[in-house]
Design a protein around this ligand. Structure first.
Ligand code: NDP
Ligand code: 2IT
Length: 451
């Protein structure tokens, strides 16, 4: 904590002791507060009225039992979470994650990051996150539906288009949002389209929401390169993951003339030097819901697979790296390998995918580094556009929605770059994103009084 404001250092140690054992939350608080020294020095009143302490304390944390019956007739129990972190800028907004690793600390880290990310979009949305330790892997469609219905049976009382608006995240896509919206509608007897985003197009979803996070991350990278007279075209790219964010990152990078040579899932990674065949990845992941290893069998010659533990996807040389799977997937060692292999740009599609050590390695090597809360904000920004369409009972074209998304991403890039410059750290997008997001939340909180 060298050079850090004494006040910030004491808030961090208080957060660590009050939230014992929540490693990912500690990491996120360190990362954000670690950037605030210069902004507090310039505006000491941001530290008044325990504002920083209040920002680190969720407004409300809901933990609940989710009982459901599997296909064998056995009762299963999972734990549900919704952390309503901050509503200074608008209703709580953020995704739901279904993954066996989910615990309170992970949901708090995600909700904390979401608060600043949502502020960066400039849209009227507060921050929240939720989910369950439910493992969707290998579950039938009926089991998924029963789980989603049980989850929403408890959660619905805490939601509302002006209160809290969830969406998807890991393990939650269009299918799950559909089942949850159906149950919400049934329980409340209200067709309240704006209560969830990421909905299907036939019942109130927005065009381009499915694509938005991956497309948005690519727009951010494109803008970073363009501001330095460069472009994505012709650059070798590695995208980790093969879920929603990864798939649409691969799609847009390819449209921009980049060559994506590798992607992964939690079992391993595939390399295809001729460029990843995205139709095949979509077939494997969106239709068959199978493992990425199948890519090699289905593709025939030219591609190979490396099992998790036998190597890291970050061993594959590239100029652009887009980590799009999960938190802490890029270690310090991975970052050193990427740098040694000539990486020029890292755009975080996932939330906090680089460890603090990896971020340090990238920044010290002069790599253009786009932190997740800025680079992956296109998903939630398009969710806010979905809310806007629902509120006005309108439906925009794909082109119109994508154009709004591109404009928002360019705006976030420029805001981060200008803020970094203003605070004496040109090119430091981490500092720029943290300060710009914080200032918006802090200004609103100050205006609203001690609540
Ligand atoms: P998906 O569930 O669609 O895909 C997740 C991908 O990451 C899968 O390939 C999955 O592999 C892999 N993955 C997940 N957990 C792990 C793990 N512990 N170790 C290794 N690989 C893992 O999720 P999304 O694409 O929606 O989310 C990816 C990331 O992007 C997350 O960090 C999420 O928070 C973030 N994000 C998502 C947004 C959205 O709109 N969906 C918006 C902004 C950020 P496997 O199938 O084997 O588990
Ligand atoms: O991390 C994220 O920004 C998301 N999972 C999307 C949240 C949203 O409300 O669209």
């Amino acid at each position: 904590m060298k050079g850090m404001d004494v006040k910030l250092a004491s808030v961090i140690s208080e957060v660590l002791s009050r939230n014992a054992g929540e490693g990912e939350f500690h990491q996120a608080v360190h990362e954000v507060l670690g950037s605030l020294t210069r902004v507090i020095a310039k505006n000491p009143n941001y530290a008044d009225d325990a504002l920083i302490e209040r920002i680190c304390e969720p407004e409300r944390q809901i933990i609940f039992r989710v009982p459901w019956i599997d296909d064998k007739g056995q009762v299963q129990i999972n734990r549900g979470f919704r952390v309503q972190f901050n509503s200074a800028l608008g209703p709580y907004k953020g995704g739901l994650r279904f993954h066996p690793s989910v615990n309170l600390g992970i949901i708090k880290f995600l909700g904390f990051e979401q608060t600043f990310k949502n502020a960066l979009t400039g849209m009227p949305i507060g921050g929240g996150k939720g989910g369950s330790d439910f493992n969707p892997r290998g579950r039938s469609n009926n089991e998924i539906m029963r789980f989603c219905q049980s989850f929403m049976t408890e959660l619905h009382r805490h939601l509302g288009e002006h209160t809290d608006v969830p969406a998807g995240d890991i393990g939650v896509g269009g299918r799950e949002i559909g089942y949850m919206f159906g149950q919400y509608k049934r329980l409340t007897n209200r067709y309240e389209a704006g209560v969830l985003t990421g909905k299907g197009l036939v019942y109130g979803g927005s065009r381009a929401r499915t694509e938005a996070t991956g497309y948005g991350a690519t727009y951010f990278v494109e803008r970073m390169l363009a501001s330095r007279g460069s472009a994505i075209e012709g650059r070798r790219t590695v995208v980790s993951g093969s879920g929603n964010v990864a798939i649409y990152t691969i799609e847009k990078i390819t449209q921009c003339g980049g060559i994506v040579v590798a992607c992964s899932d939690s079992n391993g990674y595939v390399v295809d030097e001729s460029g990843i065949d995205l139709d095949l990845v979509k077939e494997i992941k969106e239709v068959r819901r199978a493992r990425i290893a199948e890519y090699v069998t289905l593709k025939g010659k030219g591609a190979y697979y490396v099992e998790q533990g036998q190597g890291s996807i970050w061993d594959v040389p590239c100029e652009i790296a887009m980590p799009s799977a999960t938190q802490n997937e890029v270690t310090g060692k991975d970052a050193q390998t990427l740098v040694a292999n000539g990486v020029k740009v890292v755009g975080e599609g996932a939330n906090m995918p680089s460890t603090p050590e990896a971020v340090r390695v990238f920044q010290e090597a002069g790599v253009l580094f786009a932190p997740g809360k800025a680079a992956n904000a296109g998903g939630v920004a398009t969710s806010a556009l979905e809310m806007q369409q629902n509120a006005s009972r309108d439906s925009w074209t794909f082109e119109q929605t994508e154009a709004r998304l591109a404009k928002i991403m360019h705006g976030i890039h420029d805001l981060c770059a200008e803020t970094a410059e203003e605070y004496g750290a040109p090119g430091d997008y981490v500092l720029g994103a943290n300060i710009a997001g914080f200032v918006r939340v802090a200004e609103a909180m100050r205006a609203l009084g001690v609540i």
